[in-house]
Structures are given as C-alpha cells and as structure tokens.
Design a protein around this ligand. Structure first.
Ligand SMILES: Cc1cc2nc3c(=O)[nH]c(=O)nc-3n(C[C@H](O)[C@H](O)[C@H](O)COP(=O)(O)OP(=O)(O)OC[C@H]3O[C@@H](n4cnc5c(N)ncnc54)[C@H](O)[C@@H]3O)c2cc1C
Length: 436
C-alpha cells in the first residue's frame, strides 16, 4: 500500500527544505513529506545567500540585485517567479533562521570578504560574518592557522587591499591551540571551541577559547576587528565569538571558507530543525527512483503523477501525493545527469534542452561562458517542467533549485537565492492547489 501525503518534495537541499516549509506555512493542515537521498550542496557551499552578484552578461558586482532582476532574460528562474516572489522568499528565510542571518534591512548587496581575499556580493550572511563586511572601514587583522592551509591570512589580507577595500588589512598565521595535525577535520576545530575543551597550549593547559584569545592577543596592534576562518564552533558560535571579542577587546568575525563549510552545515542544521518543528515528515537516506502516472481526465494531454517509487534498500515503496516538487539539485547533486549521448533528469526524464553535439556542451576556455552551466529544466511560470514542445510534462509536478536551467549560479552568484525563491514558490503553490 502506498504512503499517502498531500505534498511530496524530492530533495533536501535549500530548495527542497524551503519548499516543504513553505507548503506547511501555506496550509498548516497539509501532510507534507520530504524524501532525500544524500547530503545536499549546503555542506560545500559558503552558507551565504547570494541573490544576484553579477548579471548574466557579467556586469557587476551589483550594488542592488533587485534593480537587475527585472532585466533578466526569459526563462531565467527569477524571471519565471517574478521579483515580488524573490522578496517574499527572502522574508520567509529571515523568519525561518530567526536572527541567525543579517542583511534583511536593505535590498542592497553586502560585500563579504572570502577566504581567498576577494569580496563577495551577497544578500544574506550569517551573523558571525557581519562585523567583517568590506564596506566597514575599521582596520582588520586576519588570523590563519598553520594546520589550516586553505586560509592563508597574510595572502588574503594582501588580496583584500589589492581589491581596494576601504581599510587596512594585515594577516598572521598562528598554531591552533590543541591541534598539531594538518589533516584535522574542520569540525575538530569547531568542536574544540564549541565545548571549550582543555588543550595543551604553549602557556600550559587551559581552555581552548582562552588559549586562542591569548595567542591572538600578542599579535594585535591597532586593529579593531579580527577575522578567523569559519571554524568558531557548531552550535555555540555566537558564544565563542562573544568570548573571544571580550578577551581581545575587539570585534570578532568569521570568514566563509571553501568546502567543507561549517556555515553551510549550520544553515542545514537550522533548516532541518525548522522542518522538524513545522511537522514535515522526513524520509532521508533513500532515493526516489521511479514514478507511475494516471492519464489526465477531461481530455487533458498532460499526465498526472500517481505515485513515486522510493528505493528502501532494494524494496520499492510507493509514495503517493497530490502534488510533487522536484528539488534534486543540478549537475553537482545529480538532479541533472549526463552520459555521452545526452543530458537528462534521472527520475521523471523531464526534458533538458541542450545541443545535440556534446562538443557544444562546453568551451575550451575553462574560465569561459560554459553552456553546460545553464543546463537544467525549463519551466512555466508555475514552475512546471516543460517538454520539448513547451507543454507541461505533468500537471502536478513543479521543480525548484539547481535542477532548473537557464542560469549559471557560479558566474552570476545566484545559487542559494534561486533555490530559495523557486523552492518558496513551488512549495507555496503545491499547498495552494493541492486538495486533501
Ligand atoms: C562548492 C560550492 C560553493 C557554493 N557557494 C555558494 C555561495 O557562496 N552562495 C550561494 O548562494 N550559492 C553557492 N553555491 C550554490 C548553492 O549552494 C546551490 O545552488 C544550492 O545549494 C542548490 O540547492 P538545491 O536544494 O537546489 O540542490 P542540492 O543542494 O544539490 O540538493 C539536492 C538534494 O536532492 C537529493 N537528491 C538528488 N536525487 C535524489 C533522488 N533521486 N531522491 C531523493 N533525493 C535526491 C540530493 O541528495 C540532495 O540532498 C555553491 C555551490 C557549490 C557546489
């Protein structure tokens, strides 16, 4: 017998989690289920919510992404949902994360320093990064660690100055109290500080936070803020930051890092806590592998999905819902896949438009405008995937997030923003049209 729900979301990244939460907010009585397989892209992403940093033509960094949204080409996910929906989705995000992110006071992009010493235009940023914004003129000390070579603080400081930030920046590289191995996982640094474990520091045994503050203090000159790589704890990052700030007498902030990313993991934690609190039914660690349709009644030409099939360790379990949201990610998450002949969407085989000749899928210049970066599903304004003839593939399937085509998230700096906005719209509409 099939498991029955009103809305079934496939994929548990930022798009799917947002869709499930938005569906329940729209209809608190709806039975909403999220089925997800592997870890989402959030574990690799910076945890920043970029709406639009650059136009598709490469103009930017954009001071106000909303000015540019109206001019996006037909088919871009933001053009499909409309500017108001992007605003509503951001307001929804602010409610869900409840103070853990900043940026909601303005439409304008903030400029967040990154671990490479560039500045990134972004719409929402974790509170732990806020004192580090590049629009702030205060002198800055960046602190890196010998065992964490991904963040070269002196180099990042030089890059920031070369980029023209309005402050002096200096970097130092220290040893991290209690960590000697350079293969220690990033979570090890965070756990040490989160639990304030006793460590063996140069000055003898003391708590990790104390020892870290003491070693930074000797390097502090006239700077009034100190930036650390984003390792300042898991659950207690704000406490760690406050204690370091108090001990050093300056503001303390985190610099977002590359994969694996603690701010991304923290955001995932916030979203999954919210899913649990809202009462979303969660089925994780298993993939949706197939589906069955019923012919649409009343002479319609569009099929309706009757149920999807979940593979539970070889057992095929049918899950039936009134509305389905596909949020399985893009080429990175395998929501869109390819072989030598074609690019395809693996569950429903929704149409993915791409050149027939695979040599036209990419250009030789690795930094060039890569066609494959825009591969994904084309959708109508209700976010229903469209077949090659422009007709919706299914009447009760919408798609959200990186599975969509028509945008290049890496070039535009729009990844999480698109997933958030389209997830919000797909979830809201699924609950609105779904009948119980
Ligand atoms: C290295 C990196 C850095 C990035 N940095 C930024 C940044 O700084 N700012 C920004 O805004 N964006 C950034 N992005 C982009 C952004 O993270 C993504 O665009 C966004 O997270 C995609 O979310 P999603 O929910 O659409 O897909 P995903 O996060 O890929 O989630 C899809 C989920 O669906 C699941 N799934 C797939 N197939 C199935 C199936 N058959 N059954 C069940 N579940 C399935 C997957 O396991 C996964 O959990 C970055 C991306 C990468 C890769």
């Amino acid at each position: 017998m099939a498991i029955e729900d009103d809305v079934l979301v496939v994929g548990g990244g930022i798009a799917g989690a947002t869709a499930a939460l938005a569906a329940l907010e729209t209809d608190p009585d709806a039975r909403v289920r999220l089925v997800t397989h592997r870890q989402s892209t959030l574990r690799h992403a910076s945890g920043l919510i970029d709406v639009l940093g650059y136009t598709p033509a490469g103009e930017g960094p954009l001071a106000d992404p909303f000015d540019a949204l109206e001019a996006l080409p037909t088919g871009h996910p933001y053009e499909r949902v409309g500017t108001d929906a992007v605003r509503e989705a951001l307001a929804f995000f602010d409610r869900v994360v409840d103070g853990a992110y900043e940026g909601g006071h303005t439409d304008r992009n903030a400029l967040v320093p990154t671990y490479g010493g560039t500045v990134k235009p972004t719409a929402r940023y974790p509170a732990s990064t806020a004192p580090g914004l590049a629009s702030d003129t205060r002198e800055t000390l960046l602190v890196g660690f010998e065992t964490l070579p991904d963040f070269d603080a002196p180099l990042a400081a030089r890059h920031l100055e070369a980029a023209g930030v309005p402050f002096d920046a200096r970097g130092v590289t220290l040893s991290f109290p209690g960590i000697r191995r350079d293969d220690a996982k990033i979570t090890r640094y965070a756990h040490l500080l989160d639990r304030d474990e006793v460590v063996d520091a140069d000055s003898g045994e003391r708590s990790a936070r104390d020892a870290l503050a003491a070693s930074v203090d000797t390097h502090l000159e006239d700077e009034s803020r100190v930036g650390f790589p984003a390792i300042l704890g898991d659950d207690r990052v704000e406490t760690v930051r406050e204690e370091l700030a108090e001990a050093l007498g300056v503001d303390v902030f985190e610099v977002p890092m590359g994969p694996p990313s603690l701010p991304g993991m923290r955001l995932e934690g916030l979203l999954y806590d919210a899913l649990e609190d809202a009462g979303v039914r969660l089925t994780s660690g298993v993939p949706v592998v197939d589906y069955e349709t019923t012919a649409e009644t009343a002479g319609g030409t569009t099929d309706r999905i009757d149920h999807v099939v979940v593979d539970r360790n070889g057992a095929e379990v049918p899950h039936r819902a009134d509305q389905y949201v596909l949020a399985t990610g893009g080429l990175v998450g395998k929501g869109v896949d390819s072989n030598r002949e074609r690019v395809y969407e693996p569950i429903f085989d929704c149409h993915v438009s791409h050149p027939a000749d695979r040599y036209d899928w990419f250009v030789d210049d690795v930094f060039g405008d890569q066609p494959y970066a825009r591969f994904g599903l084309e959708v109508d304004r209700d976010l229903r995937p469209l077949a090659a003839d422009g007709v919706p593939e299914f009447s009760n399937l919408s798609a959200a997030g990186a599975v969509l085509g028509g945008y290049d998230f890496a070039a535009e700096k729009s990844g999480s923003g698109v997933s958030l906005a389209t997830g919000y719209v797909a979830g809201t509409r699924a609950a609105e049209v779904g009948g119980r």
